[in-house]
Design a protein around this ligand. Structure first.
Ligand code: CA
Length: 570
Protein backbone atom coordinates (compact mmCIF):
# COMPACT_ATOMS: atom_id res chain seq x y z
CA UNK A 1 0.00 0.00 0.00
CA UNK A 2 1.08 3.56 -0.55
CA UNK A 3 -0.56 6.87 0.08
CA UNK A 4 -0.46 9.72 -2.40
CA UNK A 5 -0.70 12.58 0.07
CA UNK A 6 -2.60 13.88 3.05
CA UNK A 7 -4.96 15.66 0.69
CA UNK A 8 -6.19 12.33 -0.55
CA UNK A 9 -6.40 10.96 2.98
CA UNK A 10 -8.77 13.79 3.80
CA UNK A 11 -10.71 12.94 0.65
CA UNK A 12 -11.05 9.36 1.86
CA UNK A 13 -12.62 10.48 5.13
CA UNK A 14 -15.20 12.61 3.32
CA UNK A 15 -16.02 9.78 0.95
CA UNK A 16 -16.62 7.46 3.88
CA UNK A 17 -19.24 9.81 5.27
CA UNK A 18 -20.97 10.02 1.89
CA UNK A 19 -20.95 6.27 1.53
CA UNK A 20 -22.71 5.86 4.86
CA UNK A 21 -25.60 7.92 3.58
CA UNK A 22 -26.11 5.93 0.39
CA UNK A 23 -29.17 4.10 1.65
CA UNK A 24 -31.42 7.13 1.33
CA UNK A 25 -30.03 8.89 -1.71
CA UNK A 26 -28.04 8.33 -4.84
CA UNK A 27 -29.03 7.17 -8.30
CA UNK A 28 -27.14 3.92 -7.85
CA UNK A 29 -29.55 2.61 -5.23
CA UNK A 30 -31.26 0.70 -8.00
CA UNK A 31 -27.92 -0.86 -9.02
CA UNK A 32 -27.19 -1.96 -5.46
CA UNK A 33 -30.72 -3.38 -5.16
CA UNK A 34 -30.56 -5.14 -8.52
CA UNK A 35 -27.20 -6.65 -7.60
CA UNK A 36 -28.75 -8.30 -4.56
CA UNK A 37 -31.92 -9.51 -6.34
CA UNK A 38 -31.48 -13.29 -6.63
CA UNK A 39 -33.69 -13.45 -9.74
CA UNK A 40 -31.72 -10.96 -11.80
CA UNK A 41 -28.21 -10.81 -13.21
CA UNK A 42 -28.03 -7.04 -13.30
CA UNK A 43 -24.26 -6.38 -13.30
CA UNK A 44 -21.38 -7.92 -15.26
CA UNK A 45 -20.07 -9.67 -12.14
CA UNK A 46 -23.58 -10.22 -10.63
CA UNK A 47 -22.95 -7.53 -8.00
CA UNK A 48 -20.62 -4.60 -7.31
CA UNK A 49 -18.18 -7.09 -5.75
CA UNK A 50 -17.87 -9.17 -8.94
CA UNK A 51 -18.58 -12.35 -6.96
CA UNK A 52 -20.47 -14.12 -9.76
CA UNK A 53 -22.39 -15.97 -7.07
CA UNK A 54 -26.13 -16.45 -7.41
CA UNK A 55 -28.09 -17.87 -4.44
CA UNK A 56 -30.60 -19.53 -6.84
CA UNK A 57 -30.85 -23.26 -6.14
CA UNK A 58 -33.81 -24.63 -8.04
CA UNK A 59 -31.12 -26.03 -10.35
CA UNK A 60 -28.89 -27.94 -7.96
CA UNK A 61 -26.55 -30.88 -7.74
CA UNK A 62 -29.46 -33.35 -7.56
CA UNK A 63 -31.18 -32.29 -10.79
CA UNK A 64 -28.51 -30.55 -12.89
CA UNK A 65 -27.92 -33.80 -14.77
CA UNK A 66 -31.34 -33.15 -16.36
CA UNK A 67 -30.33 -29.74 -17.68
CA UNK A 68 -31.83 -29.22 -21.16
CA UNK A 69 -31.82 -26.50 -23.76
CA UNK A 70 -34.50 -23.83 -23.24
CA UNK A 71 -33.44 -21.87 -26.34
CA UNK A 72 -30.44 -20.85 -28.41
CA UNK A 73 -29.86 -17.48 -30.06
CA UNK A 74 -27.41 -16.86 -32.90
CA UNK A 75 -25.48 -13.67 -32.25
CA UNK A 76 -24.86 -12.93 -35.94
CA UNK A 77 -21.19 -12.15 -35.26
CA UNK A 78 -18.45 -14.76 -35.32
CA UNK A 79 -15.16 -14.80 -33.37
CA UNK A 80 -14.31 -13.94 -29.79
CA UNK A 81 -17.72 -13.62 -28.18
CA UNK A 82 -16.95 -12.89 -24.53
CA UNK A 83 -20.16 -11.25 -23.38
CA UNK A 84 -21.79 -11.67 -20.00
CA UNK A 85 -25.52 -11.19 -20.66
CA UNK A 86 -27.56 -9.11 -18.21
CA UNK A 87 -31.07 -10.00 -17.10
CA UNK A 88 -33.29 -7.24 -15.73
CA UNK A 89 -36.85 -8.36 -14.96
CA UNK A 90 -37.83 -10.58 -17.88
CA UNK A 91 -35.44 -9.00 -20.40
CA UNK A 92 -31.95 -10.18 -21.33
CA UNK A 93 -29.35 -7.84 -22.86
CA UNK A 94 -26.44 -9.39 -24.72
CA UNK A 95 -23.69 -7.82 -26.85
CA UNK A 96 -21.64 -9.43 -29.61
CA UNK A 97 -18.08 -9.25 -30.88
CA UNK A 98 -16.90 -6.70 -33.47
CA UNK A 99 -17.74 -3.47 -31.82
CA UNK A 100 -20.20 -4.67 -30.57
CA UNK A 101 -21.70 -5.41 -33.95
CA UNK A 102 -25.04 -5.86 -32.18
CA UNK A 103 -26.64 -5.44 -28.79
CA UNK A 104 -29.82 -7.49 -28.45
CA UNK A 105 -32.72 -7.27 -26.02
CA UNK A 106 -34.40 -10.67 -25.69
CA UNK A 107 -37.29 -12.15 -23.77
CA UNK A 108 -35.22 -13.93 -21.12
CA UNK A 109 -37.64 -16.90 -20.94
CA UNK A 110 -38.09 -17.57 -24.66
CA UNK A 111 -35.28 -15.83 -26.53
CA UNK A 112 -37.77 -13.79 -28.59
CA UNK A 113 -36.04 -10.65 -29.82
CA UNK A 114 -37.35 -7.29 -28.54
CA UNK A 115 -34.92 -4.94 -30.27
CA UNK A 116 -31.49 -4.79 -31.94
CA UNK A 117 -28.89 -2.04 -31.65
CA UNK A 118 -26.57 -2.05 -34.64
CA UNK A 119 -24.09 0.82 -34.36
CA UNK A 120 -22.31 2.26 -37.35
CA UNK A 121 -18.78 1.01 -36.66
CA UNK A 122 -15.55 1.75 -38.55
CA UNK A 123 -14.13 -1.29 -40.37
CA UNK A 124 -10.51 -0.93 -39.19
CA UNK A 125 -10.88 -1.69 -35.48
CA UNK A 126 -9.18 -5.11 -35.52
CA UNK A 127 -5.70 -3.70 -36.10
CA UNK A 128 -6.06 -1.49 -33.01
CA UNK A 129 -7.40 -4.29 -30.78
CA UNK A 130 -4.36 -6.19 -29.54
CA UNK A 131 -6.30 -9.12 -28.24
CA UNK A 132 -9.39 -9.45 -30.40
CA UNK A 133 -12.61 -7.67 -31.28
CA UNK A 134 -14.19 -8.26 -27.90
CA UNK A 135 -17.24 -6.92 -26.16
CA UNK A 136 -17.60 -8.34 -22.68
CA UNK A 137 -21.07 -6.93 -22.18
CA UNK A 138 -23.14 -3.88 -21.37
CA UNK A 139 -24.07 -2.10 -18.14
CA UNK A 140 -27.58 -1.31 -16.92
CA UNK A 141 -28.80 1.44 -14.59
CA UNK A 142 -32.04 3.38 -14.20
CA UNK A 143 -33.61 2.36 -17.51
CA UNK A 144 -30.46 2.90 -19.54
CA UNK A 145 -27.82 0.63 -21.03
CA UNK A 146 -24.22 1.79 -21.33
CA UNK A 147 -22.02 0.34 -24.05
CA UNK A 148 -18.25 0.74 -24.48
CA UNK A 149 -17.17 0.28 -28.10
CA UNK A 150 -14.09 -0.69 -30.06
CA UNK A 151 -14.11 2.76 -31.69
CA UNK A 152 -13.41 4.39 -28.32
CA UNK A 153 -16.98 5.66 -27.83
CA UNK A 154 -19.22 5.22 -24.82
CA UNK A 155 -22.93 5.29 -25.62
CA UNK A 156 -26.14 5.28 -23.61
CA UNK A 157 -29.20 3.44 -24.93
CA UNK A 158 -32.82 3.51 -23.84
CA UNK A 159 -33.19 0.00 -22.37
CA UNK A 160 -36.81 -0.21 -23.56
CA UNK A 161 -36.15 0.62 -27.21
CA UNK A 162 -32.42 0.36 -27.89
CA UNK A 163 -32.43 3.96 -29.10
CA UNK A 164 -29.15 5.84 -28.65
CA UNK A 165 -29.48 8.62 -26.04
CA UNK A 166 -25.94 10.04 -26.04
CA UNK A 167 -22.47 9.24 -27.30
CA UNK A 168 -19.19 10.30 -25.68
CA UNK A 169 -15.66 10.24 -27.10
CA UNK A 170 -13.54 8.45 -24.51
CA UNK A 171 -10.39 7.81 -26.51
CA UNK A 172 -9.10 7.85 -30.10
CA UNK A 173 -9.06 4.16 -31.00
CA UNK A 174 -6.50 4.67 -33.79
CA UNK A 175 -3.78 5.04 -31.14
CA UNK A 176 -4.44 1.38 -30.32
CA UNK A 177 -7.06 2.00 -27.65
CA UNK A 178 -10.31 0.09 -27.90
CA UNK A 179 -13.00 -0.35 -25.27
CA UNK A 180 -13.83 -4.03 -24.75
CA UNK A 181 -15.37 -4.17 -21.27
CA UNK A 182 -18.60 -2.82 -19.80
CA UNK A 183 -18.35 0.36 -17.72
CA UNK A 184 -19.17 0.62 -14.01
CA UNK A 185 -22.10 2.82 -12.98
CA UNK A 186 -21.76 4.44 -9.57
CA UNK A 187 -24.52 6.84 -8.52
CA UNK A 188 -24.97 9.14 -11.53
CA UNK A 189 -21.58 8.38 -13.11
CA UNK A 190 -20.56 5.92 -15.81
CA UNK A 191 -16.90 4.99 -15.33
CA UNK A 192 -14.79 3.37 -18.05
CA UNK A 193 -11.22 2.63 -19.02
CA UNK A 194 -9.82 1.41 -22.36
CA UNK A 195 -7.06 -0.77 -23.82
CA UNK A 196 -3.68 0.05 -25.31
CA UNK A 197 -0.95 -1.43 -23.09
CA UNK A 198 0.57 -3.05 -26.18
CA UNK A 199 0.45 0.18 -28.24
CA UNK A 200 2.07 2.64 -25.84
CA UNK A 201 -1.19 4.32 -24.88
CA UNK A 202 -1.24 6.20 -21.58
CA UNK A 203 -4.06 4.74 -19.53
CA UNK A 204 -6.83 6.63 -17.80
CA UNK A 205 -10.15 6.07 -16.08
CA UNK A 206 -12.96 8.44 -16.98
CA UNK A 207 -16.36 9.18 -15.50
CA UNK A 208 -19.36 10.48 -17.48
CA UNK A 209 -22.68 11.87 -16.29
CA UNK A 210 -25.18 9.08 -16.92
CA UNK A 211 -27.89 11.49 -18.03
CA UNK A 212 -25.92 13.81 -20.30
CA UNK A 213 -22.77 11.95 -21.37
CA UNK A 214 -20.60 14.86 -20.20
CA UNK A 215 -17.21 13.97 -18.73
CA UNK A 216 -17.09 14.49 -14.95
CA UNK A 217 -13.57 13.34 -14.09
CA UNK A 218 -10.52 11.78 -15.70
CA UNK A 219 -7.65 10.19 -13.79
CA UNK A 220 -4.48 9.11 -15.55
CA UNK A 221 -3.18 5.75 -14.40
CA UNK A 222 0.40 6.76 -15.23
CA UNK A 223 1.81 10.00 -13.76
CA UNK A 224 4.01 12.26 -15.83
CA UNK A 225 7.23 13.83 -14.53
CA UNK A 226 5.60 16.82 -12.86
CA UNK A 227 3.17 14.62 -10.87
CA UNK A 228 3.64 12.49 -7.73
CA UNK A 229 5.53 9.28 -8.62
CA UNK A 230 6.36 10.62 -12.07
CA UNK A 231 9.97 9.94 -11.10
CA UNK A 232 9.34 6.19 -11.32
CA UNK A 233 9.75 6.53 -15.11
CA UNK A 234 12.92 7.08 -17.13
CA UNK A 235 12.84 10.41 -19.00
CA UNK A 236 9.48 11.13 -20.58
CA UNK A 237 8.59 7.46 -21.18
CA UNK A 238 5.48 7.73 -19.00
CA UNK A 239 3.77 9.46 -21.93
CA UNK A 240 3.61 6.06 -23.66
CA UNK A 241 3.68 4.08 -20.45
CA UNK A 242 0.57 1.88 -20.74
CA UNK A 243 -1.22 1.13 -17.48
CA UNK A 244 -4.45 0.73 -19.43
CA UNK A 245 -7.51 -0.13 -17.34
CA UNK A 246 -9.15 -2.36 -19.93
CA UNK A 247 -11.11 -4.81 -17.80
CA UNK A 248 -13.89 -4.18 -15.28
CA UNK A 249 -14.07 -2.25 -12.02
CA UNK A 250 -15.59 -3.08 -8.63
CA UNK A 251 -17.23 -0.75 -6.10
CA UNK A 252 -17.60 -0.68 -2.34
CA UNK A 253 -20.55 1.58 -1.36
CA UNK A 254 -19.42 1.61 2.29
CA UNK A 255 -16.28 3.60 1.47
CA UNK A 256 -17.48 4.98 -1.88
CA UNK A 257 -14.39 3.43 -3.47
CA UNK A 258 -13.94 2.16 -7.00
CA UNK A 259 -11.31 -0.53 -7.60
CA UNK A 260 -9.66 -1.10 -10.96
CA UNK A 261 -6.59 -2.97 -12.20
CA UNK A 262 -4.06 -1.58 -14.68
CA UNK A 263 -2.19 -3.24 -17.53
CA UNK A 264 1.49 -3.80 -18.20
CA UNK A 265 3.73 -0.78 -18.74
CA UNK A 266 4.82 0.11 -22.25
CA UNK A 267 6.96 -0.99 -23.93
CA UNK A 268 7.55 -4.61 -22.96
CA UNK A 269 11.31 -3.96 -23.02
CA UNK A 270 11.86 -2.75 -19.45
CA UNK A 271 15.19 -1.05 -20.25
CA UNK A 272 13.40 1.68 -22.19
CA UNK A 273 11.42 2.90 -19.18
CA UNK A 274 13.39 2.00 -16.06
CA UNK A 275 16.99 1.30 -15.14
CA UNK A 276 16.27 -2.38 -15.82
CA UNK A 277 18.58 -3.75 -13.16
CA UNK A 278 19.37 -3.17 -9.51
CA UNK A 279 15.82 -2.18 -8.74
CA UNK A 280 14.31 -5.59 -8.33
CA UNK A 281 11.26 -5.38 -6.12
CA UNK A 282 11.15 -1.59 -5.98
CA UNK A 283 8.01 0.25 -6.96
CA UNK A 284 8.74 1.28 -10.51
CA UNK A 285 6.68 2.48 -13.46
CA UNK A 286 3.71 3.43 -11.29
CA UNK A 287 0.76 2.78 -11.46
CA UNK A 288 1.12 -0.03 -14.00
CA UNK A 289 0.47 -3.70 -13.23
CA UNK A 290 -1.33 -2.43 -10.13
CA UNK A 291 -4.66 -2.25 -8.35
CA UNK A 292 -5.97 1.29 -7.91
CA UNK A 293 -8.51 2.45 -5.32
CA UNK A 294 -10.23 5.67 -6.40
CA UNK A 295 -12.79 8.01 -4.88
CA UNK A 296 -15.93 7.37 -6.95
CA UNK A 297 -17.01 11.03 -6.85
CA UNK A 298 -13.72 12.68 -7.82
CA UNK A 299 -11.50 9.98 -9.32
CA UNK A 300 -8.76 10.81 -6.80
CA UNK A 301 -6.44 7.88 -6.20
CA UNK A 302 -6.71 6.81 -2.54
CA UNK A 303 -4.07 4.06 -2.62
CA UNK A 304 -2.55 1.45 -4.86
CA UNK A 305 -0.93 -1.95 -4.77
CA UNK A 306 1.67 -2.66 -7.44
CA UNK A 307 1.62 -6.44 -7.85
CA UNK A 308 4.45 -6.53 -10.42
CA UNK A 309 6.95 -3.65 -10.08
CA UNK A 310 8.75 -2.71 -13.33
CA UNK A 311 6.83 -5.49 -15.05
CA UNK A 312 8.99 -7.26 -17.65
CA UNK A 313 6.62 -10.09 -18.65
CA UNK A 314 3.31 -8.50 -19.75
CA UNK A 315 1.78 -9.33 -16.38
CA UNK A 316 -1.19 -6.99 -16.68
CA UNK A 317 -2.70 -6.29 -13.26
CA UNK A 318 -6.19 -5.89 -14.71
CA UNK A 319 -7.90 -9.01 -13.39
CA UNK A 320 -11.22 -8.39 -11.68
CA UNK A 321 -11.26 -7.50 -7.99
CA UNK A 322 -13.68 -9.71 -6.09
CA UNK A 323 -15.00 -8.08 -2.92
CA UNK A 324 -16.15 -10.28 -0.05
CA UNK A 325 -15.91 -10.34 3.72
CA UNK A 326 -13.66 -13.23 4.78
CA UNK A 327 -13.28 -14.75 8.23
CA UNK A 328 -9.56 -14.75 8.96
CA UNK A 329 -7.89 -15.33 12.32
CA UNK A 330 -11.21 -14.95 14.11
CA UNK A 331 -11.87 -11.57 12.54
CA UNK A 332 -13.88 -10.42 9.55
CA UNK A 333 -11.67 -9.00 6.83
CA UNK A 334 -13.20 -6.63 4.26
CA UNK A 335 -11.31 -8.44 1.51
CA UNK A 336 -10.50 -7.71 -2.09
CA UNK A 337 -9.35 -10.80 -3.97
CA UNK A 338 -7.38 -10.91 -7.19
CA UNK A 339 -5.93 -13.87 -9.06
CA UNK A 340 -3.15 -11.84 -10.65
CA UNK A 341 -1.68 -12.72 -14.02
CA UNK A 342 1.69 -12.81 -12.24
CA UNK A 343 0.72 -16.09 -10.51
CA UNK A 344 -0.03 -14.72 -7.03
CA UNK A 345 -3.47 -14.74 -5.42
CA UNK A 346 -3.79 -11.47 -3.54
CA UNK A 347 -6.04 -10.95 -0.54
CA UNK A 348 -6.02 -7.26 0.34
CA UNK A 349 -7.82 -5.26 3.03
CA UNK A 350 -9.99 -3.17 0.70
CA UNK A 351 -10.38 -0.43 3.32
CA UNK A 352 -6.66 0.13 3.94
CA UNK A 353 -4.94 -1.20 0.81
CA UNK A 354 -2.70 -3.53 2.82
CA UNK A 355 -2.02 -6.90 1.20
CA UNK A 356 -2.85 -9.54 3.81
CA UNK A 357 -1.70 -12.55 1.82
CA UNK A 358 -0.25 -13.23 -1.63
CA UNK A 359 0.32 -16.89 -2.44
CA UNK A 360 1.17 -18.72 -5.66
CA UNK A 361 -1.93 -20.38 -7.13
CA UNK A 362 -0.18 -21.67 -10.29
CA UNK A 363 3.46 -22.63 -11.03
CA UNK A 364 5.26 -19.28 -10.64
CA UNK A 365 9.02 -18.63 -10.65
CA UNK A 366 9.69 -14.95 -11.50
CA UNK A 367 9.53 -14.28 -7.78
CA UNK A 368 10.29 -16.50 -4.78
CA UNK A 369 7.44 -14.94 -2.88
CA UNK A 370 5.42 -11.80 -2.44
CA UNK A 371 6.37 -10.52 0.99
CA UNK A 372 3.46 -9.01 2.93
CA UNK A 373 5.88 -7.48 5.45
CA UNK A 374 7.54 -5.30 2.83
CA UNK A 375 4.50 -5.29 0.48
CA UNK A 376 6.91 -6.20 -2.34
CA UNK A 377 7.70 -9.16 -4.56
CA UNK A 378 10.99 -10.94 -3.86
CA UNK A 379 12.25 -11.45 -7.41
CA UNK A 380 14.41 -14.18 -8.92
CA UNK A 381 17.04 -12.16 -10.81
CA UNK A 382 17.64 -14.86 -13.43
CA UNK A 383 14.02 -14.66 -14.60
CA UNK A 384 14.13 -10.90 -15.28
CA UNK A 385 15.02 -10.32 -18.95
CA UNK A 386 17.30 -7.42 -19.88
CA UNK A 387 19.26 -6.46 -23.02
CA UNK A 388 22.21 -8.60 -21.88
CA UNK A 389 20.18 -11.37 -20.35
CA UNK A 390 17.57 -13.34 -22.30
CA UNK A 391 15.59 -15.12 -19.59
CA UNK A 392 14.53 -18.75 -19.92
CA UNK A 393 11.66 -20.81 -18.56
CA UNK A 394 9.64 -18.03 -16.95
CA UNK A 395 6.32 -19.01 -15.37
CA UNK A 396 3.60 -17.94 -15.79
CA UNK A 397 3.50 -17.17 -19.51
CA UNK A 398 2.32 -13.73 -20.64
CA UNK A 399 -1.32 -14.92 -20.72
CA UNK A 400 -0.91 -15.18 -16.98
CA UNK A 401 -1.88 -17.59 -14.24
CA UNK A 402 -5.32 -16.26 -15.05
CA UNK A 403 -6.41 -13.95 -17.85
CA UNK A 404 -9.61 -11.89 -18.21
CA UNK A 405 -11.99 -14.84 -17.86
CA UNK A 406 -13.83 -14.15 -14.61
CA UNK A 407 -13.52 -16.19 -11.43
CA UNK A 408 -16.37 -16.57 -8.96
CA UNK A 409 -16.59 -16.71 -5.15
CA UNK A 410 -19.16 -18.77 -3.25
CA UNK A 411 -19.91 -17.63 0.30
CA UNK A 412 -21.46 -21.10 0.83
CA UNK A 413 -18.23 -23.02 0.20
CA UNK A 414 -15.83 -20.16 0.92
CA UNK A 415 -14.00 -21.07 -2.29
CA UNK A 416 -12.93 -19.10 -5.35
CA UNK A 417 -13.27 -20.86 -8.71
CA UNK A 418 -10.37 -19.77 -10.91
CA UNK A 419 -9.98 -20.56 -14.62
CA UNK A 420 -6.18 -20.79 -14.52
CA UNK A 421 -3.38 -21.36 -17.03
CA UNK A 422 -0.23 -23.47 -16.74
CA UNK A 423 2.03 -22.16 -19.52
CA UNK A 424 5.60 -20.78 -19.38
CA UNK A 425 7.89 -18.84 -21.74
CA UNK A 426 11.33 -17.50 -22.61
CA UNK A 427 11.80 -13.75 -23.01
CA UNK A 428 14.39 -11.65 -24.83
CA UNK A 429 14.28 -7.92 -25.50
CA UNK A 430 15.33 -5.70 -28.38
CA UNK A 431 15.20 -2.09 -29.51
CA UNK A 432 11.83 -0.50 -29.99
CA UNK A 433 10.58 3.01 -30.64
CA UNK A 434 7.10 4.40 -30.30
CA UNK A 435 5.01 4.65 -33.44
CA UNK A 436 1.36 5.61 -33.10
CA UNK A 437 -1.16 2.83 -33.62
CA UNK A 438 1.28 -0.10 -33.89
CA UNK A 439 2.62 -2.59 -31.36
CA UNK A 440 5.18 -1.07 -28.95
CA UNK A 441 6.78 -4.18 -27.47
CA UNK A 442 10.48 -4.83 -28.12
CA UNK A 443 10.36 -8.46 -27.01
CA UNK A 444 10.36 -12.08 -28.21
CA UNK A 445 8.55 -14.58 -26.02
CA UNK A 446 8.52 -18.22 -27.22
CA UNK A 447 6.04 -20.46 -25.42
CA UNK A 448 6.69 -23.53 -23.26
CA UNK A 449 3.70 -25.76 -22.77
CA UNK A 450 2.90 -26.88 -19.25
CA UNK A 451 4.02 -30.24 -17.94
CA UNK A 452 1.08 -32.51 -18.78
CA UNK A 453 -1.60 -29.81 -18.88
CA UNK A 454 -1.98 -26.19 -19.95
CA UNK A 455 -5.07 -25.10 -18.03
CA UNK A 456 -6.82 -25.96 -14.80
CA UNK A 457 -10.05 -24.96 -13.14
CA UNK A 458 -8.95 -24.44 -9.54
CA UNK A 459 -11.17 -24.33 -6.45
CA UNK A 460 -9.04 -22.14 -4.19
CA UNK A 461 -9.44 -21.51 -0.47
CA UNK A 462 -8.49 -17.82 -0.05
CA UNK A 463 -8.17 -18.12 3.75
CA UNK A 464 -6.03 -21.27 3.92
CA UNK A 465 -4.19 -20.39 0.67
CA UNK A 466 -4.62 -23.84 -0.80
CA UNK A 467 -6.16 -25.64 -3.74
CA UNK A 468 -9.15 -27.73 -2.63
CA UNK A 469 -9.73 -29.40 -5.99
CA UNK A 470 -8.72 -28.92 -9.62
CA UNK A 471 -9.80 -30.02 -13.06
CA UNK A 472 -6.93 -30.05 -15.56
CA UNK A 473 -7.26 -29.44 -19.29
CA UNK A 474 -4.94 -29.75 -22.28
CA UNK A 475 -5.69 -26.18 -23.47
CA UNK A 476 -5.25 -22.86 -21.63
CA UNK A 477 -7.52 -19.79 -21.80
CA UNK A 478 -10.73 -21.54 -20.77
CA UNK A 479 -13.95 -19.80 -19.76
CA UNK A 480 -15.08 -17.89 -16.72
CA UNK A 481 -17.00 -19.46 -13.84
CA UNK A 482 -20.37 -19.12 -12.09
CA UNK A 483 -21.05 -20.36 -8.55
CA UNK A 484 -24.61 -20.96 -7.29
CA UNK A 485 -26.61 -21.71 -4.17
CA UNK A 486 -27.34 -25.12 -5.71
CA UNK A 487 -23.79 -26.14 -4.71
CA UNK A 488 -22.76 -25.88 -8.35
CA UNK A 489 -20.02 -24.35 -10.44
CA UNK A 490 -20.66 -23.80 -14.15
CA UNK A 491 -17.69 -23.57 -16.49
CA UNK A 492 -17.02 -23.76 -20.23
CA UNK A 493 -13.69 -24.59 -21.87
CA UNK A 494 -11.87 -23.90 -25.10
CA UNK A 495 -13.10 -27.20 -26.56
CA UNK A 496 -16.65 -25.87 -26.20
CA UNK A 497 -17.51 -28.27 -23.37
CA UNK A 498 -19.93 -26.66 -20.92
CA UNK A 499 -19.98 -28.29 -17.50
CA UNK A 500 -21.72 -28.21 -14.16
CA UNK A 501 -19.54 -29.38 -11.28
CA UNK A 502 -20.15 -30.08 -7.61
CA UNK A 503 -18.85 -26.92 -5.94
CA UNK A 504 -17.40 -28.82 -2.97
CA UNK A 505 -15.78 -31.78 -4.72
CA UNK A 506 -15.39 -30.80 -8.38
CA UNK A 507 -17.31 -33.90 -9.47
CA UNK A 508 -18.71 -33.49 -12.99
CA UNK A 509 -22.52 -33.57 -12.98
CA UNK A 510 -23.33 -32.26 -16.48
CA UNK A 511 -21.40 -31.81 -19.74
CA UNK A 512 -22.52 -30.70 -23.20
CA UNK A 513 -20.43 -29.54 -26.14
CA UNK A 514 -21.65 -26.22 -27.56
CA UNK A 515 -19.61 -26.21 -30.76
CA UNK A 516 -17.10 -23.37 -30.27
CA UNK A 517 -14.62 -22.51 -27.55
CA UNK A 518 -16.00 -20.76 -24.48
CA UNK A 519 -14.36 -17.77 -22.79
CA UNK A 520 -17.33 -15.95 -21.29
CA UNK A 521 -18.59 -16.40 -17.77
CA UNK A 522 -22.00 -18.13 -17.51
CA UNK A 523 -24.91 -16.50 -15.66
CA UNK A 524 -28.08 -17.72 -13.96
CA UNK A 525 -31.41 -15.99 -13.37
CA UNK A 526 -35.07 -16.69 -12.74
CA UNK A 527 -38.18 -15.58 -14.64
CA UNK A 528 -41.69 -16.49 -13.40
CA UNK A 529 -40.19 -18.86 -10.85
CA UNK A 530 -38.13 -20.82 -13.41
CA UNK A 531 -34.34 -20.82 -13.16
CA UNK A 532 -32.16 -20.59 -16.26
CA UNK A 533 -28.42 -20.86 -16.93
CA UNK A 534 -27.01 -18.95 -19.91
CA UNK A 535 -23.62 -18.84 -21.60
CA UNK A 536 -22.19 -17.19 -24.72
CA UNK A 537 -19.81 -19.21 -26.92
CA UNK A 538 -17.36 -18.26 -29.69
CA UNK A 539 -13.62 -18.68 -29.26
CA UNK A 540 -10.91 -16.05 -29.64
CA UNK A 541 -8.75 -15.89 -32.77
CA UNK A 542 -6.15 -13.30 -31.69
CA UNK A 543 -4.74 -14.68 -28.43
CA UNK A 544 -3.48 -17.96 -29.99
CA UNK A 545 -1.17 -15.88 -32.21
CA UNK A 546 0.87 -15.07 -29.07
CA UNK A 547 1.36 -18.75 -28.22
CA UNK A 548 3.10 -20.46 -31.16
CA UNK A 549 2.29 -24.15 -31.63
CA UNK A 550 0.08 -24.19 -28.55
CA UNK A 551 -1.93 -21.42 -30.18
CA UNK A 552 -2.43 -23.59 -33.26
CA UNK A 553 -3.97 -26.27 -31.05
CA UNK A 554 -6.25 -23.65 -29.50
CA UNK A 555 -7.65 -22.60 -32.88
CA UNK A 556 -7.79 -26.17 -34.23
CA UNK A 557 -9.95 -27.31 -31.31
CA UNK A 558 -13.18 -25.66 -32.53
CA UNK A 559 -14.46 -23.45 -35.36
CA UNK A 560 -15.18 -19.79 -34.70
CA UNK A 561 -18.65 -19.22 -33.35
CA UNK A 562 -21.15 -16.79 -31.90
CA UNK A 563 -24.20 -18.02 -30.05
CA UNK A 564 -26.07 -17.83 -26.78
CA UNK A 565 -27.29 -21.04 -25.15
CA UNK A 566 -29.84 -21.03 -22.34
CA UNK A 567 -30.60 -24.10 -20.22
CA UNK A 568 -33.18 -25.03 -17.64
CA UNK A 569 -34.65 -28.07 -15.89
CA UNK A 570 -38.33 -29.16 -15.86
CA1 CA B 1 -0.81 -6.54 -21.86
Amino acid sequence: MARLSNVFLAGAAVALALGAGLGSAGANDSVIKAGSDPNEWALYGKDYGNTRFSPLKHINKDNVGNLKLAYAFQLGSLRSNESTPLVIGDTMYVSTSWGPKYVYALDAATGARKWTYEPDMPDDTLQFACCDVNSRGVTYADGKLFVGRLDGKLVALDAKTGKELWKADVVDYTQGSVITSPPLVVKDKVITGFGGGEYGARGSLQAYDMNTGKQVWKTYTVPTKDQPNGDTWKGDTAEHGGGAAWLVGSYDPKTNTVFWGTSNPGPWNTAVRSSGDGNFGKLTNLYTASTLALDADTGAIKWWVQGTPADAWDYDGVNELVLADLKMDGKTLPAMMKADRNGFFFVTDRETGKVVSAEKYVPTNWADKWDVNTQRAVEVADKRPSPNHPAKGICPNLIGGKNWQPMSYSPDTGLVYIPSNNVCMDWSVGDVSYKRGVFYLGAEFPTHEGDGYNGELIAWDPVKHEKVWGLKSDLPFNGGTLATGGDLVFWGDLHGDFRALDAKSGKELFKKNLGSGIGAGPITYSVNGKQYVAVVVGRTASIPAFLGDLGKKMTAATPEGGALFVFTVD
